[in-house]
Ligand binder design. Structure first.
Ligand code: TXA
Ligand code: MG
Length: 333
Protein backbone atom coordinates (compact mmCIF):
# COMPACT_ATOMS: atom_id res chain seq x y z
CA UNK A 1 0.00 0.00 0.00
CA UNK A 2 1.13 3.61 -0.57
CA UNK A 3 2.08 5.67 2.47
CA UNK A 4 -0.82 7.84 3.70
CA UNK A 5 -0.02 11.03 5.65
CA UNK A 6 -2.33 13.61 7.19
CA UNK A 7 -1.68 16.92 5.39
CA UNK A 8 -2.43 18.86 8.58
CA UNK A 9 0.89 17.66 10.02
CA UNK A 10 3.61 20.15 9.05
CA UNK A 11 6.16 17.31 8.62
CA UNK A 12 3.84 15.73 6.06
CA UNK A 13 4.18 18.77 3.78
CA UNK A 14 7.96 18.73 4.14
CA UNK A 15 8.12 15.00 3.45
CA UNK A 16 5.98 15.36 0.34
CA UNK A 17 8.16 18.24 -0.92
CA UNK A 18 11.31 16.22 -0.24
CA UNK A 19 9.82 13.22 -2.02
CA UNK A 20 9.11 15.39 -5.11
CA UNK A 21 12.62 16.88 -5.02
CA UNK A 22 14.06 13.34 -4.96
CA UNK A 23 12.05 12.29 -8.01
CA UNK A 24 9.26 10.45 -6.15
CA UNK A 25 5.49 10.40 -6.63
CA UNK A 26 2.99 12.21 -4.37
CA UNK A 27 -0.80 11.91 -4.26
CA UNK A 28 -1.67 15.59 -3.91
CA UNK A 29 -5.01 17.18 -2.97
CA UNK A 30 -6.05 20.15 -5.12
CA UNK A 31 -9.34 22.08 -5.11
CA UNK A 32 -10.53 20.11 -8.18
CA UNK A 33 -9.38 16.48 -7.81
CA UNK A 34 -6.35 14.69 -6.36
CA UNK A 35 -3.29 14.74 -8.61
CA UNK A 36 -0.49 12.20 -9.06
CA UNK A 37 2.46 14.57 -8.74
CA UNK A 38 6.13 14.54 -9.75
CA UNK A 39 8.85 17.12 -10.51
CA UNK A 40 7.96 18.33 -14.02
CA UNK A 41 11.64 18.88 -14.89
CA UNK A 42 12.70 15.35 -13.89
CA UNK A 43 12.07 13.14 -16.93
CA UNK A 44 12.31 9.81 -15.10
CA UNK A 45 10.01 11.00 -12.30
CA UNK A 46 7.44 12.12 -14.88
CA UNK A 47 7.88 8.78 -16.63
CA UNK A 48 6.80 7.06 -13.39
CA UNK A 49 3.50 8.97 -13.48
CA UNK A 50 2.73 7.53 -16.92
CA UNK A 51 3.66 4.02 -15.73
CA UNK A 52 1.63 4.21 -12.51
CA UNK A 53 -1.44 5.47 -14.37
CA UNK A 54 -0.99 3.24 -17.39
CA UNK A 55 -1.36 6.41 -19.39
CA UNK A 56 -0.13 6.55 -23.00
CA UNK A 57 3.09 8.60 -23.18
CA UNK A 58 1.64 11.01 -25.74
CA UNK A 59 -1.09 12.29 -23.40
CA UNK A 60 0.25 15.54 -21.92
CA UNK A 61 0.15 16.35 -18.20
CA UNK A 62 -0.67 19.62 -16.46
CA UNK A 63 2.20 21.37 -14.67
CA UNK A 64 1.27 23.01 -11.35
CA UNK A 65 3.06 26.12 -10.13
CA UNK A 66 3.36 27.94 -6.80
CA UNK A 67 1.31 31.09 -6.29
CA UNK A 68 4.25 33.09 -4.91
CA UNK A 69 6.21 33.05 -8.12
CA UNK A 70 3.90 32.24 -11.02
CA UNK A 71 5.82 34.63 -13.28
CA UNK A 72 9.12 32.79 -12.86
CA UNK A 73 7.43 29.45 -13.46
CA UNK A 74 5.49 30.69 -16.49
CA UNK A 75 8.67 32.12 -18.01
CA UNK A 76 10.49 28.85 -17.30
CA UNK A 77 7.98 26.70 -19.23
CA UNK A 78 6.23 29.00 -21.70
CA UNK A 79 7.77 30.99 -24.51
CA UNK A 80 4.89 33.29 -25.30
CA UNK A 81 1.93 34.41 -23.21
CA UNK A 82 -0.72 36.29 -25.20
CA UNK A 83 -2.42 39.27 -23.55
CA UNK A 84 -5.75 37.44 -23.13
CA UNK A 85 -3.90 34.64 -21.28
CA UNK A 86 -2.27 37.19 -18.98
CA UNK A 87 -5.75 38.49 -18.18
CA UNK A 88 -7.03 34.98 -17.45
CA UNK A 89 -4.05 34.41 -15.14
CA UNK A 90 -4.67 37.69 -13.35
CA UNK A 91 -8.38 36.94 -12.97
CA UNK A 92 -8.47 33.20 -12.20
CA UNK A 93 -5.19 32.11 -10.56
CA UNK A 94 -4.86 30.54 -8.11
CA UNK A 95 -7.90 28.51 -9.11
CA UNK A 96 -9.36 25.74 -11.27
CA UNK A 97 -8.10 27.01 -14.64
CA UNK A 98 -5.42 25.38 -16.83
CA UNK A 99 -3.88 27.33 -19.70
CA UNK A 100 -2.20 25.65 -22.66
CA UNK A 101 0.73 27.85 -23.72
CA UNK A 102 3.53 27.52 -26.29
CA UNK A 103 6.33 25.53 -24.62
CA UNK A 104 10.02 26.38 -24.48
CA UNK A 105 11.67 23.69 -26.57
CA UNK A 106 14.20 22.68 -23.90
CA UNK A 107 11.84 22.14 -20.92
CA UNK A 108 9.08 19.77 -19.81
CA UNK A 109 9.07 17.63 -22.97
CA UNK A 110 8.09 14.40 -21.19
CA UNK A 111 5.38 16.10 -19.12
CA UNK A 112 4.05 17.71 -22.32
CA UNK A 113 3.76 14.29 -23.95
CA UNK A 114 5.73 15.55 -26.94
CA UNK A 115 3.44 18.52 -27.66
CA UNK A 116 5.14 21.83 -28.39
CA UNK A 117 2.84 23.37 -25.79
CA UNK A 118 2.55 23.06 -22.02
CA UNK A 119 -0.46 23.05 -19.69
CA UNK A 120 0.04 25.31 -16.64
CA UNK A 121 -2.16 25.66 -13.59
CA UNK A 122 -1.83 27.40 -10.25
CA UNK A 123 -4.11 25.50 -7.82
CA UNK A 124 -5.83 27.30 -4.95
CA UNK A 125 -5.90 24.40 -2.48
CA UNK A 126 -3.86 25.35 0.61
CA UNK A 127 -2.22 21.89 0.82
CA UNK A 128 -1.27 21.93 -2.87
CA UNK A 129 0.18 25.42 -2.44
CA UNK A 130 2.07 24.48 0.72
CA UNK A 131 3.67 21.53 -1.08
CA UNK A 132 4.46 23.58 -4.20
CA UNK A 133 6.08 26.25 -2.04
CA UNK A 134 8.13 23.75 -0.02
CA UNK A 135 9.14 21.93 -3.21
CA UNK A 136 10.12 25.23 -4.88
CA UNK A 137 12.40 25.91 -1.91
CA UNK A 138 14.12 22.62 -2.86
CA UNK A 139 14.51 23.66 -6.50
CA UNK A 140 11.33 22.14 -7.98
CA UNK A 141 9.94 24.74 -10.41
CA UNK A 142 6.76 22.96 -11.38
CA UNK A 143 4.90 19.79 -10.49
CA UNK A 144 3.37 17.65 -13.22
CA UNK A 145 0.13 16.11 -11.99
CA UNK A 146 -2.63 14.39 -13.90
CA UNK A 147 -5.65 13.22 -11.93
CA UNK A 148 -4.56 10.40 -9.60
CA UNK A 149 -6.58 7.63 -11.21
CA UNK A 150 -5.65 4.85 -13.57
CA UNK A 151 -6.14 5.80 -17.21
CA UNK A 152 -9.79 6.14 -18.25
CA UNK A 153 -11.17 5.74 -14.73
CA UNK A 154 -13.10 8.06 -12.43
CA UNK A 155 -10.98 10.90 -10.99
CA UNK A 156 -10.30 10.74 -7.23
CA UNK A 157 -11.69 13.39 -4.90
CA UNK A 158 -10.52 11.89 -1.59
CA UNK A 159 -7.22 10.39 -0.39
CA UNK A 160 -9.07 7.08 0.05
CA UNK A 161 -9.90 7.07 -3.67
CA UNK A 162 -6.20 7.56 -4.48
CA UNK A 163 -5.23 4.69 -2.18
CA UNK A 164 -7.84 2.49 -3.92
CA UNK A 165 -6.41 3.32 -7.36
CA UNK A 166 -2.81 2.50 -6.50
CA UNK A 167 -3.00 -0.42 -4.05
CA UNK A 168 -0.29 -2.09 -6.15
CA UNK A 169 2.28 0.58 -5.21
CA UNK A 170 4.32 0.30 -2.01
CA UNK A 171 5.22 2.88 0.67
CA UNK A 172 8.48 3.60 -1.16
CA UNK A 173 6.70 4.25 -4.45
CA UNK A 174 3.88 6.62 -3.51
CA UNK A 175 3.20 9.04 -0.68
CA UNK A 176 -0.43 10.20 -0.48
CA UNK A 177 -1.32 13.39 1.40
CA UNK A 178 -4.77 13.36 2.93
CA UNK A 179 -6.21 16.85 2.59
CA UNK A 180 -9.87 15.86 2.85
CA UNK A 181 -12.48 15.92 0.10
CA UNK A 182 -11.79 18.24 -2.86
CA UNK A 183 -14.10 21.28 -2.75
CA UNK A 184 -14.67 21.68 -6.52
CA UNK A 185 -14.87 17.98 -7.36
CA UNK A 186 -14.35 18.00 -11.15
CA UNK A 187 -11.16 18.83 -13.06
CA UNK A 188 -10.02 22.30 -14.03
CA UNK A 189 -11.34 24.18 -17.03
CA UNK A 190 -8.74 24.01 -19.84
CA UNK A 191 -8.27 26.94 -22.23
CA UNK A 192 -5.91 26.64 -25.21
CA UNK A 193 -3.96 29.90 -25.57
CA UNK A 194 -1.71 28.83 -28.48
CA UNK A 195 -3.92 29.88 -31.39
CA UNK A 196 -4.22 33.64 -31.02
CA UNK A 197 -7.63 33.44 -29.32
CA UNK A 198 -8.92 31.46 -26.32
CA UNK A 199 -10.31 27.99 -27.15
CA UNK A 200 -12.21 25.96 -24.55
CA UNK A 201 -10.75 22.42 -24.48
CA UNK A 202 -12.42 21.08 -21.33
CA UNK A 203 -15.34 22.65 -19.46
CA UNK A 204 -15.08 22.91 -15.69
CA UNK A 205 -16.73 25.01 -13.01
CA UNK A 206 -15.72 28.39 -14.46
CA UNK A 207 -18.55 29.38 -16.80
CA UNK A 208 -17.78 30.56 -20.36
CA UNK A 209 -19.34 33.94 -19.48
CA UNK A 210 -16.91 34.38 -16.60
CA UNK A 211 -13.92 33.31 -18.72
CA UNK A 212 -14.90 35.69 -21.53
CA UNK A 213 -15.31 38.56 -19.11
CA UNK A 214 -11.86 37.79 -17.75
CA UNK A 215 -10.14 37.20 -21.11
CA UNK A 216 -11.81 40.20 -22.71
CA UNK A 217 -12.61 38.17 -25.84
CA UNK A 218 -15.03 35.49 -26.95
CA UNK A 219 -14.18 31.92 -26.07
CA UNK A 220 -14.18 29.61 -29.08
CA UNK A 221 -15.21 25.97 -29.11
CA UNK A 222 -12.65 23.24 -29.78
CA UNK A 223 -12.39 22.07 -33.39
CA UNK A 224 -10.43 19.63 -35.54
CA UNK A 225 -7.23 21.62 -35.07
CA UNK A 226 -7.45 21.42 -31.28
CA UNK A 227 -4.93 19.20 -29.54
CA UNK A 228 -6.04 15.77 -28.42
CA UNK A 229 -6.57 15.57 -24.67
CA UNK A 230 -7.29 12.45 -22.66
CA UNK A 231 -9.83 14.32 -20.57
CA UNK A 232 -11.60 15.01 -23.84
CA UNK A 233 -11.72 11.42 -25.09
CA UNK A 234 -15.24 10.16 -25.64
CA UNK A 235 -15.09 7.40 -23.08
CA UNK A 236 -13.43 8.59 -19.89
CA UNK A 237 -14.28 8.92 -16.22
CA UNK A 238 -15.91 5.51 -16.50
CA UNK A 239 -16.87 3.38 -13.51
CA UNK A 240 -17.05 -0.41 -13.97
CA UNK A 241 -20.84 -0.29 -14.16
CA UNK A 242 -22.37 1.14 -17.32
CA UNK A 243 -23.66 4.70 -16.89
CA UNK A 244 -26.81 5.69 -18.72
CA UNK A 245 -28.31 9.19 -18.83
CA UNK A 246 -32.09 9.59 -18.95
CA UNK A 247 -34.57 12.35 -18.13
CA UNK A 248 -37.04 11.90 -15.27
CA UNK A 249 -39.82 10.72 -17.55
CA UNK A 250 -37.64 8.05 -19.15
CA UNK A 251 -36.40 6.92 -15.75
CA UNK A 252 -39.94 6.54 -14.40
CA UNK A 253 -41.02 4.57 -17.44
CA UNK A 254 -37.96 2.32 -17.28
CA UNK A 255 -38.46 1.48 -13.61
CA UNK A 256 -42.13 0.85 -14.21
CA UNK A 257 -41.28 -1.73 -16.86
CA UNK A 258 -38.66 -3.40 -14.68
CA UNK A 259 -40.64 -3.46 -11.43
CA UNK A 260 -38.84 -5.65 -8.90
CA UNK A 261 -36.33 -6.85 -11.50
CA UNK A 262 -34.23 -3.70 -11.07
CA UNK A 263 -31.72 -5.37 -8.73
CA UNK A 264 -28.61 -4.69 -10.77
CA UNK A 265 -29.34 -0.96 -11.13
CA UNK A 266 -28.30 2.09 -9.07
CA UNK A 267 -29.90 5.51 -9.39
CA UNK A 268 -28.62 9.09 -9.16
CA UNK A 269 -31.45 11.57 -9.78
CA UNK A 270 -32.78 14.98 -8.74
CA UNK A 271 -36.43 14.20 -9.40
CA UNK A 272 -38.44 11.86 -7.21
CA UNK A 273 -38.40 8.51 -9.04
CA UNK A 274 -40.21 5.48 -7.76
CA UNK A 275 -37.92 2.47 -7.75
CA UNK A 276 -37.65 -0.87 -5.97
CA UNK A 277 -36.91 -0.64 -2.25
CA UNK A 278 -33.28 -1.29 -1.31
CA UNK A 279 -32.02 -0.13 -4.70
CA UNK A 280 -28.74 1.79 -4.24
CA UNK A 281 -29.55 5.43 -4.87
CA UNK A 282 -28.36 8.94 -4.15
CA UNK A 283 -30.16 12.21 -4.68
CA UNK A 284 -28.39 14.60 -7.06
CA UNK A 285 -28.21 18.13 -5.57
CA UNK A 286 -30.18 20.89 -7.34
CA UNK A 287 -27.14 23.13 -7.22
CA UNK A 288 -24.48 22.55 -9.92
CA UNK A 289 -21.51 23.27 -7.63
CA UNK A 290 -22.81 20.82 -5.02
CA UNK A 291 -23.43 18.18 -7.69
CA UNK A 292 -19.91 18.63 -9.13
CA UNK A 293 -18.35 18.39 -5.68
CA UNK A 294 -19.83 14.95 -5.02
CA UNK A 295 -20.13 13.58 -8.57
CA UNK A 296 -17.05 11.33 -8.75
CA UNK A 297 -17.44 10.11 -5.15
CA UNK A 298 -21.07 9.15 -5.85
CA UNK A 299 -20.12 7.30 -9.05
CA UNK A 300 -17.47 5.37 -7.10
CA UNK A 301 -19.87 4.65 -4.24
CA UNK A 302 -22.67 3.39 -6.49
CA UNK A 303 -20.16 1.40 -8.55
CA UNK A 304 -18.85 -0.27 -5.38
CA UNK A 305 -22.29 -1.75 -4.67
CA UNK A 306 -21.61 -4.12 -7.55
CA UNK A 307 -24.51 -3.00 -9.77
CA UNK A 308 -24.24 -3.47 -13.52
CA UNK A 309 -25.94 -0.19 -14.43
CA UNK A 310 -25.94 3.31 -12.97
CA UNK A 311 -28.91 5.31 -14.22
CA UNK A 312 -28.40 9.05 -13.92
CA UNK A 313 -30.95 11.79 -14.47
CA UNK A 314 -29.79 14.18 -17.19
CA UNK A 315 -28.55 17.41 -15.55
CA UNK A 316 -30.54 20.60 -16.20
CA UNK A 317 -29.66 23.05 -18.98
CA UNK A 318 -27.54 26.07 -18.12
CA UNK A 319 -23.84 26.88 -18.37
CA UNK A 320 -23.21 26.24 -14.68
CA UNK A 321 -23.95 22.54 -15.37
CA UNK A 322 -21.57 22.28 -18.39
CA UNK A 323 -18.77 20.60 -16.41
CA UNK A 324 -21.05 18.03 -14.76
CA UNK A 325 -22.87 17.36 -18.05
CA UNK A 326 -19.54 16.85 -19.82
CA UNK A 327 -18.20 14.35 -17.24
CA UNK A 328 -21.46 12.40 -17.16
CA UNK A 329 -21.62 12.24 -20.97
CA UNK A 330 -18.10 10.78 -21.02
CA UNK A 331 -18.86 8.36 -18.20
CA UNK A 332 -21.84 7.17 -20.25
CA UNK A 333 -19.99 6.94 -23.58
O1 TXA B 1 -8.02 19.81 -12.20
C1 TXA B 1 -7.12 19.32 -12.88
O2 TXA B 1 -6.78 19.79 -13.96
C2 TXA B 1 -6.43 18.05 -12.34
C3 TXA B 1 -5.69 18.44 -11.06
C4 TXA B 1 -4.85 17.31 -10.53
O3 TXA B 1 -4.93 19.59 -11.29
N1 TXA B 1 -5.58 17.49 -13.31
C5 TXA B 1 -6.05 16.84 -14.40
O4 TXA B 1 -5.06 16.25 -15.17
O5 TXA B 1 -7.21 16.76 -14.68
P1 TXA B 1 -5.38 15.18 -16.32
O6 TXA B 1 -4.07 14.69 -16.81
O7 TXA B 1 -6.31 14.14 -15.83
O8 TXA B 1 -5.98 16.02 -17.44
C6 TXA B 1 -5.14 16.94 -18.04
C7 TXA B 1 -5.73 17.36 -19.34
C8 TXA B 1 -5.66 16.24 -20.33
O9 TXA B 1 -6.88 16.21 -21.03
C9 TXA B 1 -4.50 16.64 -21.19
O10 TXA B 1 -4.56 16.08 -22.44
C10 TXA B 1 -4.62 18.15 -21.17
O11 TXA B 1 -4.95 18.43 -19.86
N2 TXA B 1 -3.34 18.80 -21.48
C11 TXA B 1 -2.27 18.94 -20.68
N3 TXA B 1 -1.25 19.53 -21.34
C12 TXA B 1 -1.69 19.77 -22.59
C13 TXA B 1 -1.12 20.32 -23.75
N4 TXA B 1 0.13 20.74 -23.79
N5 TXA B 1 -1.88 20.39 -24.85
C14 TXA B 1 -3.15 19.93 -24.84
N6 TXA B 1 -3.75 19.39 -23.79
C15 TXA B 1 -3.04 19.29 -22.67
MG1 MG C 1 -7.64 12.70 -15.71
Amino acid sequence: MPLLLNAQEPEAIERAAQCLAEGGLVGLPTETVYGLAADADNASAVQRIFEAKDRPADHPLIVHVAAESPRAAIDHYARDVPAFAERLIAGCWPGPLTLILPRRADVGAVAAGGQDSIGLRCPSHPVAQAVLRAAAARGVRGVAAPSANRFGRVSPTTAGHVMDEFTALGEEQLLVLDGGACPVGIESTIVDCTRGHPVLLRPGMLTPARLEAMAGEPLRARDGASPRASGTLESHYAPRAKVRLMDAKQLRAAFQVLGKDAKHIALYARSPIEAARGLPRRRMPDDAAAAAQELFAVLRELDATGVRLIWVETPPDGAEWDGVRDRLARAAA
